[in-house]
Design a protein around this ligand. Structure first.
Ligand SMILES: C[S@@+](CC[C@H](N)C(=O)[O-])C[C@H]1O[C@@H](n2cnc3c(N)ncnc32)[C@H](O)[C@@H]1O
Length: 289
């Protein structure tokens, strides 16, 4: 493996370890290095793709990390709307859990430790499936997308917020300089980690399909009404699509609560519950206290 391939190694264990290592710094550096614009991008996402009404069905935030998009949705949603944040990085989920308890304590927000490529939810479950800055990191992006489409209800929506490359020449150059040189320097200096997370970030973005190419990929996954909306000159882009109506819809809420059945409190934190998903893959659910 050459140096660039090693940097872009997206095997599950490496990605999970990388985010685990930077977890203590994750939120701080996100807001610092984006000059807080990342908050605006998530708010804008919620504005453009508002939360469904509770009767329509729950929301799933895939690759939820420290939970910012799930929390942004909770803030805008009816408190009775179930929202689930799923991620395979335990350290970030702990932060998400704490943040949600502090910021949206009355909302039905649950975090589940699961691989996006093997989502532990039944088909046709969610009215909205969203992901922010996560799709690019999934080992097999197509497998992740297929899972997102599978668990989305017919007629439901998918929302993908992801970095993209500005097309404006001047902004593009400025961005490239900042992203390629300044960001890795500061990121690696503060959040020291063995996986070179802040060198991986620009490389993974520069090699990821954006705009029309990602929109085409979503169409190839069977979505309709696919559109994309660049934010901040195209530094980030919101992609959205709809799963075509027609397929039958199993009743879903009982299934979700099977997963989030509360487990007993062990010494002020919550205990993890090993389970197996329908593919026989081990995952651990991290239910709300
Ligand atoms: C850049 S962070 C984004 C976190 C959050 N959505 C946000 O907006 O800040 C990417 C997240 O994707 C998660 N991730 C990557 N691959 C994954 C996979 N296969 N299954 C579950 N989570 C995954 C990582 O653990 C990490 O939390």
């Amino acid at each position: 493996m050459n140096r660039s391939d090693a940097l872009l190694d997206k095997r599950e264990q490496r990605i999970r370890q990388m985010f685990g290592e930077i977890a203590p710094w994750y939120d701080f550096l996100n807001h610092l290095l984006s000059l807080n614009i990342d908050r605006y991008w998530r708010r804008k996402t919620v504005q453009l793709i508002p939360p469904p009404v509770p009767a329509a069905g729950p929301i799933l935030d895939v690759c939820t990390g420290s939970g910012d998009l799930a929390i942004a949705y909770a803030r805008a949603a009816d408190p009775t709307l179930p929202i689930i944040g799923a991620d395979f990085c335990h350290e970030l989920l702990l932060q998400a859990q704490r943040k949600a308890q502090r910021l949206v304590p009355t909302h039905k927000l649950t975090f589940v430790e699961a691989d996006a490529q093997y989502l532990p939810f039944p088909d046709n479950t969610f009215a909205l499936v969203c992901v922010a800055f996560g799709l690019r990191n999934i080992t097999d992006m197509h497998r992740g997308l297929s899972e997102m489409v599978r668990v989305c209800q017919p007629g439901g929506r998918l929302a993908i917020l992801e970095f993209s490359q500005p097309r404006h020449r001047f902004l593009g150059r400025l961005y490239l300089g900042y992203f390629r040189y300044f960001l890795p320097l500061i990121g690696q200096l503060l959040a020291r980690n063995r996986q070179a997370a802040y060198r991986y970030l620009p490389e993974s973005v520069l090699r990821f399909p954006d705009y029309e190419r990602l929109a085409d990929t979503l169409r190839n996954h069977g979505l309709e009404q696919v559109t994309f909306t660049p934010f901040t000159g195209g530094i980030a882009t919101l992609y959205q699509g709809r799963k075509p109506s027609g397929a039958s819809n199993p009743s879903i809420r009982e299934n979700i609560y099977q997963l989030s059945s509360p487990c007993s409190d062990a010494g002020g934190t919550w205990r993890l519950q090993p389970q197996q998903d329908r593919h026989g893959t081990d995952f651990v659910s991290a239910p709300t206290k």
